[in-house]
Design a protein around this ligand. Sequence first.
Ligand SMILES: [Zn+2]
Ligand SMILES: [Zn+2]
Length: 218
Amino acid sequence: MREETDLRVEVFPLGPLMTNCYLVYETTTSSSIIIDPGWPDGIEKLAQRVRKLNLNIKAIIATHGHFDHILGVNKLKLELGREAPFLIHSSDEILVKTAGEMSREVLGVYIEPPEPDDNIDEGDTIELGGSRLIVWHTPGHSPGSICLIGDEIAFTGDLIFRGSVGRTDIPLGSWKKLLESLERILRLPDNTVLYPGHGEPTTIEYEKRINPFIPRNR
Ligand SMILES: [Zn+2]
Ligand SMILES: [Zn+2]
Protein backbone atom coordinates (compact mmCIF):
# COMPACT_ATOMS: atom_id res chain seq x y z
CA MET A 1 0.00 0.00 0.00
CA ARG A 2 1.25 3.47 -0.80
CA GLU A 3 1.86 5.78 2.08
CA GLU A 4 0.01 9.04 2.29
CA THR A 5 2.56 11.06 0.44
CA ASP A 6 2.74 12.82 -2.82
CA LEU A 7 6.06 12.80 -4.62
CA ARG A 8 6.30 14.97 -7.72
CA VAL A 9 8.95 14.97 -10.42
CA GLU A 10 9.69 17.78 -12.83
CA VAL A 11 12.37 17.59 -15.48
CA PHE A 12 14.62 20.37 -16.77
CA PRO A 13 16.83 19.19 -19.66
CA LEU A 14 20.00 21.28 -19.37
CA GLY A 15 23.02 22.00 -21.53
CA PRO A 16 24.35 20.90 -24.92
CA LEU A 17 24.01 17.22 -23.95
CA MET A 18 20.41 17.71 -22.76
CA THR A 19 21.06 16.21 -19.37
CA ASN A 20 17.90 15.65 -17.38
CA CYS A 21 17.92 17.70 -14.21
CA TYR A 22 15.15 16.49 -11.91
CA LEU A 23 13.34 18.54 -9.32
CA VAL A 24 11.81 16.04 -6.90
CA TYR A 25 9.52 17.26 -4.15
CA GLU A 26 6.96 16.05 -1.68
CA THR A 27 3.85 18.21 -1.69
CA THR A 28 2.74 18.03 1.94
CA THR A 29 6.10 19.10 3.40
CA SER A 30 7.69 20.88 0.39
CA SER A 31 10.90 18.98 1.08
CA SER A 32 12.84 18.50 -2.08
CA ILE A 33 16.04 17.44 -3.80
CA ILE A 34 17.57 18.41 -7.12
CA ILE A 35 19.27 15.70 -9.14
CA ASP A 36 21.97 16.40 -11.76
CA PRO A 37 21.97 20.17 -12.35
CA GLY A 38 24.36 19.62 -15.22
CA TRP A 39 24.80 22.99 -16.89
CA PRO A 40 24.53 26.69 -15.92
CA ASP A 41 22.16 27.71 -18.76
CA GLY A 42 18.59 27.10 -17.65
CA ILE A 43 19.35 27.08 -13.92
CA GLU A 44 17.47 30.40 -13.47
CA LYS A 45 14.28 28.74 -14.67
CA LEU A 46 14.74 25.87 -12.25
CA ALA A 47 15.45 28.26 -9.35
CA GLN A 48 12.33 30.26 -10.24
CA ARG A 49 10.29 27.11 -10.03
CA VAL A 50 11.80 26.26 -6.63
CA ARG A 51 10.87 29.73 -5.35
CA LYS A 52 7.37 29.57 -6.81
CA LEU A 53 6.69 26.25 -5.07
CA ASN A 54 8.48 27.51 -1.95
CA LEU A 55 10.48 24.29 -1.74
CA ASN A 56 12.99 23.40 0.89
CA ILE A 57 15.93 21.91 -1.03
CA LYS A 58 17.56 19.36 1.24
CA ALA A 59 20.33 18.34 -1.13
CA ILE A 60 21.73 18.62 -4.62
CA ILE A 61 22.64 15.10 -5.69
CA ALA A 62 24.70 13.97 -8.68
CA THR A 63 24.03 10.50 -10.06
CA HIS A 64 27.69 10.55 -11.14
CA GLY A 65 30.61 12.89 -11.73
CA HIS A 66 30.52 13.47 -15.49
CA PHE A 67 30.72 17.15 -16.34
CA ASP A 68 27.29 17.30 -17.96
CA HIS A 69 25.68 16.23 -14.67
CA ILE A 70 27.42 18.62 -12.27
CA LEU A 71 28.52 21.87 -13.92
CA GLY A 72 25.31 23.70 -13.00
CA VAL A 73 25.77 23.09 -9.26
CA ASN A 74 27.72 26.30 -8.51
CA LYS A 75 25.18 28.47 -10.28
CA LEU A 76 22.27 26.63 -8.64
CA LYS A 77 23.74 27.27 -5.20
CA LEU A 78 24.13 30.97 -6.03
CA GLU A 79 20.57 31.18 -7.34
CA LEU A 80 19.04 29.37 -4.37
CA GLY A 81 21.03 31.40 -1.88
CA ARG A 82 20.81 28.77 0.81
CA GLU A 83 22.97 25.94 1.92
CA ALA A 84 21.82 22.81 0.14
CA PRO A 85 24.79 20.44 0.24
CA PHE A 86 26.13 18.97 -3.02
CA LEU A 87 26.43 15.21 -2.61
CA ILE A 88 28.19 12.63 -4.77
CA HIS A 89 29.67 9.16 -4.37
CA SER A 90 33.32 9.33 -3.30
CA SER A 91 34.49 7.16 -6.23
CA ASP A 92 33.46 9.89 -8.68
CA GLU A 93 35.20 12.80 -6.94
CA ILE A 94 38.09 12.41 -9.36
CA LEU A 95 35.67 13.03 -12.24
CA VAL A 96 34.31 16.13 -10.51
CA LYS A 97 37.82 17.56 -10.15
CA THR A 98 38.50 17.19 -13.87
CA ALA A 99 35.00 18.11 -15.08
CA GLY A 100 35.98 21.60 -16.22
CA GLU A 101 38.79 20.22 -18.37
CA MET A 102 36.53 17.51 -19.76
CA SER A 103 33.95 20.09 -20.70
CA ARG A 104 36.62 22.15 -22.48
CA GLU A 105 37.82 19.05 -24.31
CA VAL A 106 34.36 17.92 -25.44
CA LEU A 107 32.49 21.22 -25.88
CA GLY A 108 35.23 23.87 -25.89
CA VAL A 109 33.80 25.55 -22.79
CA TYR A 110 35.53 25.63 -19.40
CA ILE A 111 33.24 25.86 -16.37
CA GLU A 112 34.58 25.76 -12.82
CA PRO A 113 33.48 22.45 -11.25
CA PRO A 114 31.75 22.41 -7.84
CA GLU A 115 33.27 21.13 -4.61
CA PRO A 116 31.35 18.22 -3.11
CA ASP A 117 30.07 19.04 0.39
CA ASP A 118 29.66 15.43 1.38
CA ASN A 119 29.44 11.90 -0.02
CA ILE A 120 26.54 9.54 -0.48
CA ASP A 121 26.83 5.79 -0.67
CA GLU A 122 24.93 2.52 -0.83
CA GLY A 123 22.09 2.38 1.68
CA ASP A 124 21.88 6.09 2.46
CA THR A 125 18.30 7.32 2.56
CA ILE A 126 16.80 10.65 1.63
CA GLU A 127 13.55 11.40 3.42
CA LEU A 128 11.09 13.66 1.62
CA GLY A 129 8.09 13.94 3.90
CA GLY A 130 6.62 10.44 4.08
CA SER A 131 8.54 9.34 0.99
CA ARG A 132 12.00 7.94 0.93
CA LEU A 133 14.66 7.48 -1.70
CA ILE A 134 17.40 4.92 -1.10
CA VAL A 135 20.86 5.21 -2.62
CA TRP A 136 22.12 2.24 -4.61
CA HIS A 137 25.74 2.21 -5.72
CA THR A 138 25.50 1.11 -9.36
CA PRO A 139 28.97 1.39 -10.95
CA GLY A 140 29.76 0.72 -14.60
CA HIS A 141 29.21 3.94 -16.52
CA SER A 142 31.49 5.47 -13.88
CA PRO A 143 32.95 4.03 -10.65
CA GLY A 144 30.72 6.15 -8.41
CA SER A 145 27.44 6.03 -10.32
CA ILE A 146 24.40 5.80 -8.10
CA CYS A 147 20.66 5.31 -8.51
CA LEU A 148 18.01 6.75 -6.22
CA ILE A 149 15.30 4.18 -5.58
CA GLY A 150 11.85 5.04 -4.32
CA ASP A 151 8.41 3.47 -4.29
CA GLU A 152 7.73 2.52 -7.94
CA ILE A 153 10.18 5.16 -9.05
CA ALA A 154 13.94 5.24 -9.72
CA PHE A 155 16.43 7.84 -10.88
CA THR A 156 18.99 5.93 -12.85
CA GLY A 157 21.52 8.47 -14.11
CA ASP A 158 23.42 7.12 -17.10
CA LEU A 159 23.01 3.44 -16.14
CA ILE A 160 19.98 2.78 -18.33
CA PHE A 161 18.05 4.85 -20.87
CA ARG A 162 14.87 4.19 -22.78
CA GLY A 163 16.08 1.44 -25.14
CA SER A 164 19.74 1.85 -24.32
CA VAL A 165 22.39 1.87 -21.60
CA GLY A 166 25.20 4.18 -20.54
CA ARG A 167 28.54 4.12 -22.34
CA THR A 168 31.42 2.25 -20.81
CA ASP A 169 34.01 2.91 -23.55
CA ILE A 170 35.17 5.94 -21.59
CA PRO A 171 37.83 6.48 -18.92
CA LEU A 172 36.88 4.57 -15.72
CA GLY A 173 33.93 2.85 -17.45
CA SER A 174 33.38 -0.90 -16.94
CA TRP A 175 31.01 -2.97 -19.06
CA LYS A 176 31.18 -5.87 -16.59
CA LYS A 177 30.15 -3.65 -13.68
CA LEU A 178 27.45 -1.96 -15.75
CA LEU A 179 25.91 -5.35 -16.53
CA GLU A 180 25.93 -6.25 -12.83
CA SER A 181 24.26 -2.95 -11.97
CA LEU A 182 21.70 -3.50 -14.74
CA GLU A 183 20.87 -6.93 -13.38
CA ARG A 184 20.26 -5.36 -10.02
CA ILE A 185 18.04 -2.55 -11.27
CA LEU A 186 15.98 -5.01 -13.35
CA ARG A 187 14.93 -6.79 -10.17
CA LEU A 188 12.78 -3.77 -9.31
CA PRO A 189 9.02 -4.27 -9.87
CA ASP A 190 7.95 -4.14 -13.54
CA ASN A 191 5.84 -1.02 -13.01
CA THR A 192 8.76 1.00 -11.64
CA VAL A 193 9.16 4.24 -13.59
CA LEU A 194 12.76 4.99 -14.48
CA TYR A 195 13.94 8.57 -14.85
CA PRO A 196 17.22 8.45 -16.78
CA GLY A 197 20.01 11.00 -17.14
CA HIS A 198 19.06 11.66 -20.75
CA GLY A 199 15.88 11.19 -22.76
CA GLU A 200 12.38 10.11 -21.88
CA PRO A 201 11.30 8.19 -18.78
CA THR A 202 10.67 4.47 -19.16
CA THR A 203 9.67 1.46 -17.06
CA ILE A 204 11.32 -1.78 -16.01
CA GLU A 205 8.68 -3.73 -17.92
CA TYR A 206 9.36 -1.80 -21.15
CA GLU A 207 13.13 -2.19 -20.90
CA LYS A 208 12.93 -5.92 -20.20
CA ARG A 209 10.94 -6.20 -23.43
CA ILE A 210 12.79 -3.93 -25.85
CA ASN A 211 16.22 -2.93 -24.51
CA PRO A 212 18.75 -4.69 -26.79
CA PHE A 213 21.52 -4.45 -24.17
CA ILE A 214 19.68 -6.60 -21.64
CA PRO A 215 20.59 -10.29 -21.79
CA ARG A 216 17.45 -12.18 -22.86
CA ASN A 217 18.15 -15.42 -21.02
CA ARG A 218 16.68 -14.01 -17.84
ZN1 LIG B 1 27.69 10.14 -17.75
ZN1 LIG C 1 25.14 11.95 -19.01
